[in-house]
Design a protein around this ligand. Structure first.
Ligand SMILES: C[S@@+](CC[C@H](N)C(=O)[O-])C[C@H]1O[C@@H](n2cnc3c(N)ncnc32)[C@H](O)[C@@H]1O
Length: 642
């Protein structure tokens, strides 16, 4: 029985294995000063193998910065952390498909590698722009200059994160930002589906570096667009002479050959054909006066009746009492009495679907033609996003509207902008949008809004650091201690508003909250050899005291690559508490003593994966017995222990 690892994969080892499989000839082995075998790669040989030309000399075009190698290692370093479910702060835990994850996105992205590998259709991020005044997380390992580090890092915040204020006096101003971004982009790329795309907002400060970083991580050939987004129609005065009106959004594909860029929904002003009423888009369809051999009155006497039209408002009715004094329209063709396509009943019930037009012969009635689902009128996006709805002023107003006039967040994007990005990302129903610098949760708002408009079931995963709010700020005084509290509350309020506005209760406006934390397991779990027998006997359990069975379950789901939105239930089987994820994709029992009867019943569930605590087995014989029971009752189950 294998032991659960309870740490993320060592990506370096994984990369070496993959490379070895493809190019065994580039690997060399030698002995270091302690006589240990060390593996090395002949990079020149590898380069040569990947090129049809002769590679000469050492010169090559390379984008590099101080700390790049460390940043590359950072992306691969395994961590011993986990995501702990938090039902109390979630909304509709049982049914929702959405996730809100609190923590440093580097660790969170590492933890999501198995469960969401190749599963995310679109990533949108709006990282710190490195304006000289923003703070971000800075890993201790990136710095070699201890004095600079101590001076710049400042205090560790309440949540235990090293927030680094990157000021322009930092000699590695741009390098620090690149080192922060590189490992995150590298890990994010793994999560994109083959046809997935990433959209990254950025401004003048780092757009050049970001483009080079993305060329390296995603491949230059997967660059799609650099959008200009006009976010301040008046322009920001940056005191250098001109008024700044725009920022950018870089779009890269995981694999350009598999990417389809979506279209934007059409708005009323975009086309003279399509119009919008409270039910959606429509254009003038067929005339409701019948034609053809069955059209004359005598063929369909029931469908011959007058329709009364209010000549001022163009309202109509088939009821004489209501329409007294209104224009009296009967279906005539060249003076001959005809019929309508619809009965009186249909005219009454579907009056919203009829449009009355004045013609040279009086009036005509037409059916409103509606686009079928998936066939919404649309237009192609343009590389310049220029509209009042994309402006910062609009996003500020949106937040104020939701939070009773309070401006709680400074850098939010407009919901309309992100909604249009999601459309261009061609995120279809049931596909996932990830935002790992989510701030005030605009991406969640945009996904819920778009789903409400087109009936889609897109899901969101948001990640945000619980960055503490300044105690003097309006937001702190309003009761929000960190940015996650603002984000979660925005989703709650925006979801409620969407349901109120649409009147439809079946939208997924819920979200499961998970919080990044240290591993559930004590150190002894990872390094039992460092403890003597007496210590081990003293330790009642290798699981930390404050961890719940649900914490353990989610850690197992992460390690086994199961999506964190899967349904799960708890069942009592022969006195044991059994967690069942997605009807048996994973079954876990973390009880300390499990009877043979319980084991037999659990095996009867025929799970694909099964987890027990190692300590639940009294001895090796009991462990072997469990293996035998499963072999007999559920031979396809993979069993692991904690
Ligand atoms: C520019 S804001 C994003 C705003 C967002 N697009 C919106 O509309 O509200 C960037 C966010 O990233 C967060 N952030 C910075 N470093 C982070 C990290 N390492 N992990 C997670 N979030 C981080 C910051 O706290 C900040 O809220």
């Amino acid at each position: 029985m294998d032991k659960m690892k309870m740490e993320t994969q060592d990506n370096i080892l994984k990369n070496i294995e993959k490379l070895k499989e493809m190019f065994p000839e580039v690997f060399t082995e030698s002995k270091d000063e302690n006589g240990e075998i060390v593996t090395a790669v002949d990079a020149k040989k590898l380069e040569q193998l990947l090129s049809t030309k002769v590679i000469e000399g050492d010169e090559s075009y390379d984008f590099t910065w101080v700390g790049k190698k460390q940043a590359m290692i950072e992306a691969c370093k395994p961590i011993r952390k986990t995501l702990r479910p938090c039902r109390e702060e979630s909304v509709d835990w049982e049914n929702t498909q959405n996730l809100y994850i609190e923590g440093d996105n580097l660790d969170v992205l590492k933890l999501l590698q198995e469960s969401y590998l190749n599963k995310v259709k679109m990533i949108y991020i709006d990282p710190p722009y490195n304006t000289g005044s923003d703070s971000f997380i800075y890993s201790d390992d990136y710095t070699t200059d201890k004095d600079l580090y101590d001076e710049e890092v400042g205090a560790i915040d309440e949540s235990g994160y090293h927030m680094f204020k990157n000021t322009e006096t930092n000699g590695r101003f741009h390098s620090s930002w690149c080192s922060m971004m590189y490992p995150r982009l590298k890990l994010a790329r793994n999560l994109l589906s083959e046809d997935g795309v990433i959209f990254i907002s950025i401004d003048d400060h780092e757009v050049d570096n970001l483009r080079k970083l993305c060329d390296e991580v995603f491949g230059e050939s997967n660059f799609l667009y650099q959008l200009s987004v006009v976010n301040n129609l008046n322009g920001n005065d940056n005191s250098s002479g001109m008024m700044e009106t725009q920022e950018f959004c870089l779009i890269y594909a995981k694999d350009k050959s598999k990417t389809i860029i979506g279209v934007l929904p059409l708005e009323a002003e975009d086309s003279s054909d399509w119009q919008i009423d409270e039910f959606g888009y429509w254009k003038v369809g067929r005339c409701l006066k019948a034609t053809g051999i069955n059209a004359p009155r005598e063929a369909r006497p029931n469908l011959f009746f007058p329709i009364y039209i209010n000549e001022d408002t163009l309202e109509f009715t088939v009821d004489e009492e209501v329409g007294a004094g209104w224009y009296h329209l009967i279906p005539l063709t060249e003076g001959k009495e005809m019929s309508w396509y619809w009965s009186k009943e249909t005219f009454r019930n579907d009056s919203n679907e009829v449009i009355v037009k004045k013609t040279s012969e009086g009036y005509s009635l037409y059916k409103k033609q509606r686009p079928s689902l998936g066939d919404l009128p649309s237009k192609r996006g343009k590389t310049t996003f220029y509209s009042a709805k994309y402006a910062n002023a609009n996003s500020n107003a949106e937040i104020k509207k939701l939070f009773d006039g309070k401006k709680l967040f400074d850098y939010s994007k407009s919901t309309q902008l992100i909604k249009d990005f999601v459309c261009l990302g061609n995120v279809l129903s049931n596909e996932i949008v990830l935002d790992f610098f989510s701030g005030s949760a605009t991406t969640a708002h945009a996904v819920m809004q778009l789903n409400a408009e087109d009936g889609g079931k897109r899901k969101f995963i948001l990640v945000q650091l619980p960055e503490v709010c300044d105690e003097k700020s309006e937001v702190y005084k309003a009761g929000y201690k960190n940015i996650c509290e603002i984000g979660k509350e925005r989703i709650r309020r925006a979801g409620k508003k969407i349901v109120e506005e649409t009147g439809k209760k079946d939208h997924d406006i819920g979200f499961r909250v998970l919080k990044l934390d240290s591993s559930n397991m004590k150190n002894v779990y990872y390094t039992p050899e460092e403890y003597n027998q007496a210590d081990l006997m003293d330790m009642a359990s290798n699981i930390k005291d404050d961890r719940t069975p649900e914490d353990l379950l989610y850690a197992c789901m992460l390690e086994w690559g199961l999506e964190l939105s899967l349904p799960h239930k708890i069942q009592t089987i022969a006195g044991c508490t059994v967690h069942i994820v997605n009807d048996g994709a994973l079954v876990a029992c973390f009880d300390n003593k499990i009877s043979e009867d319980a084991i037999k019943q659990i095996a009867g569930l025929r799970p694909l994966r099964m987890v027990f605590r190692d300590s639940c087995f009294a001895n090796d014989a009991a462990r072997i017995n469990v293996g035998e029971i499963f072999k007999l009752k559920s031979p396809n189950t993979t069993i692991k222990v904690l």
